[in-house]
Write a protein that binds this ligand. Structure first.
Ligand SMILES: Nc1ccn([C@@H]2O[C@H](COP(=O)(O)OP(=O)(O)OP(=O)(O)O)[C@@H](O)[C@H]2O)c(=O)n1
Ligand SMILES: C[C@](O)(CO)[C@H](O)COP(=O)(O)O
Length: 231
């Protein structure tokens, strides 16, 4: 059944899904690869559409798959599909261009974080609504972290108490994200990084282990297991 989005919602969610998935190994674009019989992108969009604040979803698809992605998502939720770019940051900028100015809060997600619970999406949106210009979901780092040289010799141990592993969706006041992208020079790995460069404070909220990024083959196995044993 097609989900209905909240016409009174104040949040647009961008879902970059144009990546190749090289680290997952040979196969088609990662967002279209199956997880428990459905493409990763379907899992991701279904959870975004289940978030009550969401009024608009914009997916950045691989350029050759725009029509196929539109057809794939039609039964899942109403979505706008645009062609993505060569880098994640470019895909986000192209999706952002499809968001009308009257939507005040923009969240940037990853199709690859396909199992992110709606509660995380809502928590990020709520923190932006409460006045934060930029908000990211994070988890504590569980491994000991070493700083090393180029030839893999340890320089020292980093204090992990001050480190966080960063997830998506990352939430922004629309104007803050638009200005950060307009000023962007070199590509960064996340949108909050662009906002940090502009000197704007980025706040953290708790993330979720379910929001893991499906990056390597083991991640697909873990995601299948999580779906088989819902938390
Ligand atoms: N040019 C790109 C590259 C990435 N992404 C999206 O950004 C998210 C996070 O990227 P990542 O998980 O690194 O995906 P890939 O770039 O596909 O992975 P890899 O680096 O292994 O190729 C994914 O949903 C991916 O589809 C995108 O929209 N456009
Ligand atoms: C945006 C992100 O998912 C936050 O952790 C991450 O930075 C994407 O990085 P990738 O190298 O493009 O997977």
């Amino acid at each position: 059944m097609t989900a209905k989005l909240n016409a009174r919602g104040d949040v647009a969610v961008l879902v970059p899904a144009a990546g190749a998935g090289l680290r997952l190994g040979p196969g088609g674009p990662k967002a279209l690869r199956p997880l428990a019989g459905e493409p990763l992108l379907v899992h991701a969009v279904r959870r975004v559409a289940a978030s009550p604040s969401v009024r608009l979803i914009v997916v950045a698809a691989p350029a050759a798959e725009v029509e196929a992605v539109r057809a794939l998502l039609t039964p899942v939720a109403p979505v706008t599909v645009v062609a993505g770019g060569a880098e994640r940051q470019e895909s986000v900028a192209l999706a952002l261009a499809a968001v009308p100015p009257e939507i005040g809060i923009v969240l940037v997600h990853d199709a690859a974080r396909a199992l992110t619970p709606p509660a995380v999406i809502e928590a990020v949106a709520a923190a932006v609504r409460a006045g934060r210009p930029a908000v990211i979901p994070v988890l504590p780092v569980v491994d000991t972290i070493k700083e090393v040289t180029a030839d893999e010799v340890v320089l020292g141990t980093v204090d992990r108490a001050v480190l966080r592993s960063v997830q998506t969706p990352q939430g922004f006041q629309h104007s803050v994200l638009a200005a950060a992208h307009a000023a962007a020079a070199d590509p960064l790995t996340d949108d909050a990084g662009l906002v940090e460069k502009a000197g704007i404070e980025v706040a953290c909220v708790p993330g979720s282990e379910l929001a893991m990024k499906i990056t390597r083959p083991l991640d697909l196995i873990l995601a299948e297991a999580l779906l088989a044993h819902p938390q």
